[in-house]
Ligand binder design. Sequence first.
Ligand SMILES: Nc1ncnc2c1ncn2[C@@H]1O[C@H](COP(=O)(O)OP(=O)(O)O)[C@@H](O)[C@H]1O
Ligand SMILES: [Mg+2]
Length: 293
Amino acid sequence: MEEFSGIEQLEEALLGAAYLPDRGLATALFLALRVRKPLLLEGEAGVGKTEAAKAIAAALNSRLIRLQCYEGLDVAHAVYEWNYSRQLLHIRATQDAGAVAEDELFGPKFLIRRPLLEAISSSEPVVLLIDEIDRADDEFEAFLLEMLSDFQITIPEVGTIRAERRPVVVLTSNRTRELHDALKRRCLFHWIGHPSCEREVEIVRLRVPGVPERLAAEAVRFVQGLRQLDLAKPPGVAETVDWAEALAALGRRELDAEVVSSTLGSVLKYHEDLELVQDETLVGLLEEARSAG
Ligand SMILES: Nc1ncnc2c1ncn2[C@@H]1O[C@H](COP(=O)(O)OP(=O)(O)O)[C@@H](O)[C@H]1O
Ligand SMILES: [Mg+2]
């Protein structure tokens, strides 16, 4: 695995993966690699948490293994499962030959590796992304705690599997609930906020090649203005990028009231938010977006 001699080198590699972190995030990622601790990234939706894990995998030239969390996620979907139908078939096929050895039935051939086991037992360098951990329930979080401190998994029929090399682990949370202190203690922590105006323009230009400079700047300032309002769901960077892409596809070089109101649906996904940003509010935001800079 390629390691980075310093934070600048890491930033450069991330940029190569079309990811532009601020200094704080780059530092957190650098330290997570150095001390081989899991990194917990928290922040609102669309600020680049998932993408950070993908980018670090690309920067390290490592495989990304992703576990998407959800309510009810259990060991069978996160860690491993026995392939019952295959076991049954095997029993049927060998019935004539006498009893089937139990050892064989609970051997590697019949084991389905889910993301966590896959990451622990991989002989190649991997980045393990445990995405949206706040959606999983308490029991799963408790299970994870064990795995993240020892980097090992016990399968009763097989024994304990220990990671030959520790995977790089990134956890993300949208903070729909607080995570347990015990989990946080095992991780380095970094909060990703909305980017500054300058950096968001850079991100848009990176993600939407050929976007007119003025359009990018105006769209970003408009979105930054939206984030000051009391919205049900403030737009993330993802929305800014989508919007700029749509505007550029329409051949726009700058914003006007008409194009904003006809495309605002790529930025605001809630009906009540769209209702709020009408008429004077829209015109006010537009004036600010066009006058600054
Ligand atoms: N720092 C960044 N550099 C480049 N692109 C970014 C950055 N932050 C966010 N993005 C863009 O925003 C999109 C959404 O980010 P994502 O990681 O899915 O958000 P989250 O997981 O925090 O909800 C990405 O696909 C990417 O286009
Ligand atoms: Mg995400």
